[in-house]
Ligand binder design. Structure first.
Ligand code: FES
Ligand code: FE2
Length: 456
């Protein structure tokens, strides 16, 4: 491990990857070595700047298209102080509206999901079609026409769909979504997220700034200390970190191989054996050395492609075995696998810079084959409905409750409030990021472009 480390090269998983391969190592982007003022993690002023110059200017992931498959379906997207309705109208078009009645400002919708023919306000029963047009003003004759001359339809936002996901923007002049996501599109669309459904959704409140959350999930550097058990089954040191335009980034984490930090990549262990079984290998097909398990998983999955109808042939070898943790600026990381996408979303608190909501959404591709089970490492509960027939409710966990998010995430949840407290100390002068933390520097550099009003 270690030895010669060239930060401009880092580690590339496939040194011979074609230039247009989805997993090819990206050229180094130099974001410098500055130590940033830690106020960004706790000051209300910085929080306000983020709202004025970043959140309201950029694209934001609202949710999956599969949550609004039929006309009239809607879901709410709560972002900071705003509440946004995402719906599908009778023409099948996806629309986004601020969740506010133009009459006196009452919130129109309170349920997180639903299906309606129209939106009716609970205050004076004005109503609005799925296209946002006002179709009833109660006692209209009692309004002077000059009042109703003012626009009284719902206020729409920019909306776009990419890779089975709905994005919205409060900025009328936002760059086209295709351009915004361009660096990631080939990879994201390969996962066919539009064929997946939400099977689990947990939103927990954490006592930390949303960026403290992002920072913790954008690197593998902490795994050996905080999640030592992961070292049996994944490479947390020679991972591939990639930076892209528009603040996007990713890390490709090799699975089914013990960490090179362990000093022993030969000995088999139970975790890797389970991964081999999950890839359809019989025990007598298991390789002798753990080092060969990752390739065995890739081959095992290819063998299952037709049977499971999972189109494994469209993926590179690394996509079959590894986690492609992909950061969409500003606040999303998608853990991409052909069988499931793990959406992590870091939602800012409406008023408190030292709280955020950690949204954990699992999207799963239903496999209609007798006996098929999701891989054990996904940690899905036994009784979960995998068919995608019923969209599960969001489970909300307040900051005072101890979240039960599974071992690894619980470890992060316990740690982060201490990081947040430390960041606030007079003794802390700002983060000293290494190159395993290059994604953090890249993300903050992009944020600073917005704050300096140089963003979109
Ligand atoms: S506030 Fe909505 S109808 Fe009056
Ligand atoms: Fe972690």
């Amino acid at each position: 491990m270690g030895g010669q480390y060239d930060f401009r090269k880092g580690y590339a998983l496939d040194k011979d990857a074609a230039e247009d391969a989805v997993d090819v190592k990206q050229p180094y982007i130099d974001n410098g070595t500055d130590r940033l003022d830690p106020k960004r993690y706790y000051s209300s002023g910085f929080m306000k700047d983020e709202w004025d110059y970043m959140w309201t200017k950029t694209w934001n992931l609202a949710g999956p298209v599969s949550d609004i498959s039929d006309p009239g379906d809607y879901f709410l997207f709560e972002l900071g102080r705003e509440s946004i309705i995402i719906t599908r109208d009778n023409d099948g078009d996806i629309k986004a509206f601020y969740n506010v009645c133009p009459h006196r400002g009452n919130q129109l919708v309170s349920e997180e999901f639903g299906s309606l023919k129209r939106f009716t306000c609970s205050f004076h029963s004005w109503s609005f079609g799925l296209d946002g047009k006002c179709d009833n003003v109660t006692d209209e004759e009692t309004f002077r026409p000059e009042v109703l001359c003012h626009d009284h339809d719902l206020t729409a936002l920019r909306v776009g769909v990419a890779a089975g996901l709905v994005f919205v923007s409060m900025n009328e002049h936002v760059m086209p979504l295709e351009e915004y996501l361009k660096p990631l599109m080939a990879q994201l669309s390969s996962y066919e997220i539009d064929k997946m459904n939400v099977i689990s959704h947990i939103r927990s409140e954490w006592a930390a700034n949303w960026k403290t959350g992002i920072d913790a999930f954008y690197e593998l550097y902490h795994l050996h200390a905080v999640h030592p058990e992961t070292q049996a089954v994944m490479e947390d040191y020679k991972a591939q970190y990639d930076l892209f335009a528009n603040g996007m980034s990713r890390m490709i984490v090799p699975f089914a191989i013990p960490s090179s930090r362990t000093g022993n990549q030969e000995s088999m262990n139970e975790g890797i054996e389970v991964m081999l079984s999950d890839a359809g290998l019989a025990p007598d097909e298991f390789p002798v050395s753990a080092k060969e398990a990752r390739v065995a998983v890739q081959k095992g999955k290819r063998r299952l492609s037709d049977k499971l109808n999972l189109n494994y042939e469209r993926y590179t070898d690394a996509q079959l075995s590894d986690s492609f943790a992909t950061g969409i600026f500003p606040n999303v990381q998608l853990g991409c696998h052909p069988e499931a996408i793990f959406i992590m979303r870091f939602l800012p608190h409406p008023t408190d810079p030292e709280k955020f909501y950690y949204d954990n959404i699992v999207m799963f591709r239903h496999v209609d084959v007798e006996g098929y089970k999701p891989a054990a490492w996904m940690g899905l509960q036994e009784d979960i409905d995998l068919t995608g027939q019923v969209r599960p409710d969001i489970i909300h966990i307040s900051v005072d409750e101890t979240p039960d998010l599974g071992l690894v995430l619980n470890q992060d949840a316990e740690l982060l409030p201490f990081v947040q407290k430390g960041i606030r100390s007079k003794g802390f002068k700002g983060p000293l990021w290494g190159e395993q933390e290059s994604r953090l520097r890249h993300f903050h550099a992009e944020l600073d472009k917005y704050i300096a009003k140089k963003g979109l």
